[in-house]
Ligand binder design. Structure first.
Ligand code: FAD
Length: 474
């Protein structure tokens, strides 16, 4: 795509935007060129609209001038979705950050896309409400980004993912048209489900400018147990036994030995950390009745402690102690990053019982390799995060890391899994799409993209595999 009219475009932008809403100088533009991956792409201009009308005018103007637009929220994405690969405009939604309505009668909220997830939780907390989909990136990620990625989180096993809470969206199409899909009703089967289509579309179909969501009463009690095991597969059986007992925990998290040790190296004074364990499994239950919540936690602890492979178990005595246990899991990604190596990430998802088998297969593939691999994630819903650490300057390690990543994706699909559970396809997964989707399915998705964005200007180069990787079958 070639465009040479950026100066004209900027001049026209400044007719309806204030000077400080249009970022052009290199130093400030740098803030919009990266996300949580290590990739960088410079935009030509970043714009900071404050309302839907401004978004619509910007989109229309970009469309008329054939200029690519990349929507951006908190830039915590782990698949490169918010990176302006083709330059052009970064459309940052960070200034559209108002909570417009908390409707307690209908248990709904109306918010702008730039609301930071943690700010929303804080506000809802004041009303004894909560919005379950709260990713670990909560202090920086935006609700627009979470909708665009259909974000998951530790409690998805009980409460579902972002899609399960969004009832309606206002969005701006690439040509500037404003649409309203879904709404405030809990049921709606009028026509195709465009709300669901936009959720998880990674900013490639439309720019989300308003979100209507369901909220829930905040659960009053929680209890947290930790289990250390000497065997990966024993962890699969432990998790299965909890569900078979009729309990649905709100979170079941998993960390392998390497992840446990990275956290041990990163944080000091971790009194409940057991470095010799092959696996850590963290289980939390919640509810509104103290006795029932306690009873479930004790049942999990008692039956779990007698399971094969369990070498230590503990029920947190207080919420403070539970927070300490959670800290081990929450600090995993920062602890892995602190190792200072380059890394490739995968966010694969398999049927729940398969998670430990996938982790074991990955461990076996790592044997005899120079790269180090950490597996951790959401054992309750089969979503395994994998970090492959390597040294970029060492060509053999880079090659090994890439080979291993491909192997992980292939194994995942063989086990009936999917390439990404919550981080999205973006740039990092797109060239593996053929492993999971047939040419007919990819062609169908392309026609949907074409219907929304005939000029291919909105968030280009994302999701769809590059031309040279296409048609592996022939
Ligand atoms: C430490 C850490 C922990 C994480 N934990 C989790 C986790 O628990 N669960 C999880 O699911 N993810 C997690 N992530 C990944 C990331 O936080 C999520 O993908 C999040 O939803 C991205 O939100 P964002 O506002 O940062 O979006 P960005 O990174 O800015 O953008 C992500 C995508 O959304 C699009 N987009 C943003 N705003 C809009 C909009 N208004 N309209 C249309 N498209 C838009 C962008 O174009 C891009 O494709 C984590 C990341 C980090 C760094």
């Amino acid at each position: 795509m070639k465009y040479n009219n950026i100066n004209e475009f900027v001049t026209e932008l400044k007719i309806f935007l204030k000077e400080e809403q249009v970022i052009l100088d290199k130093e400030n533009l740098f803030h919009y060129c990266y996300d949580a991956t290590e990739m960088r792409f410079m935009p030509d201009v970043a714009v900071l609209p404050v309302n839907t009308e401004e978004v619509s005018k910007i989109m229309k103007l970009a469309y008329e001038n054939d200029i690519p637009v990349t929507p951006q929220g908190g830039r915590t994405g782990l698949s490169g979705g918010a990176l302006p690969v083709k330059g052009g405009v970064v459309l940052s939604l960070l200034r559209m950050n108002r909570i417009l309505e908390i409707d307690k009668k209908n248990m709904q909220i109306v918010i702008e896309p730039g609301v930071i997830a943690a700010d929303l939780q804080k506000e809802l907390n004041e009303h004894n409400l909560f919005f379950p989909p709260d990713p670990s990136s909560t202090v920086e990620s935006t609700l627009g980004g979470n909708v665009a990625e259909n974000a998951g989180y530790t409690r998805a096993v009980k409460y579902g993912v972002t899609r399960d809470y969004v009832l309606g969206l206002e969005a701006v199409l690439p040509n500037g048209d404003i649409i309203h899909v879904g709404g405030r009703t809990l049921k709606n089967v009028t026509g195709y489900d465009l709300v669901s289509l936009l959720i998880g579309s990674e900013g490639t179909l439309a720019v989300v400018t308003k979100i209507i969501c369901k909220v829930l009463p905040k659960p009053m009690f929680r209890r947290t147990c930790i289990f250390y095991l000497d065997d990966l597969i024993a962890a699969a059986d432990l998790v299965a036994s909890v569900f078979e007992s009729g309990i649905t925990p709100c979170a079941i998290e998993f960390m392998d030995n390497y992840s446990i040790n990275c956290v041990g190296d990163y944080l000091s004074g971790m009194e409940f950390l057991r470095r010799d364990a092959a696996v850590l499994v963290l289980i939390e239950v919640d509810g509104n009745h103290r006795g029932a919540t306690d009873e479930e936690a004790h049942r999990i602890l008692e039956s779990g402690s007698t399971q094969k492979g369990v070498i230590e178990s503990r029920l947190a005595k207080s919420d403070e102690e539970a927070d300490k246990l959670w800290r081990i899991r929450r600090e995993t990604l920062p602890a892995l990053k602190a190792k200072g190596k380059d890394h490739l990430e995968a966010d694969v998802v398999v049927p729940r019982y398969q998670l430990s088998f996938l982790a074991r297969a990955i461990k076996e593939s790592e044997t005899d390799k120079m790269v180090k691999v950490a597996t951790f994630g959401h054992a309750g819903d089969g979503n395994l995060h994998v970090t492959i650490q390597y040294r970029k300057r060492n060509f053999s390690e880079l090659e090994e890391a890439n080979e291993l990543l491909g192997e992980i994706y292939r194994k995942t699909v063989e086990m009936g899994g999917k390439l990404t559970g919550e981080h999205g396809v973006g740039l990092t997964v797109k060239n593996y799409m053929w492993l999971q989707m047939s040419p007919v399915e990819i062609a169908l998705m392309k026609r949907i993209k074409q219907a929304f964005d005939p000029k291919g200007l909105l968030n280009p180069e994302k999701i769809f595999p590059d031309e040279e990787t296409e048609n592996p079958a022939g």
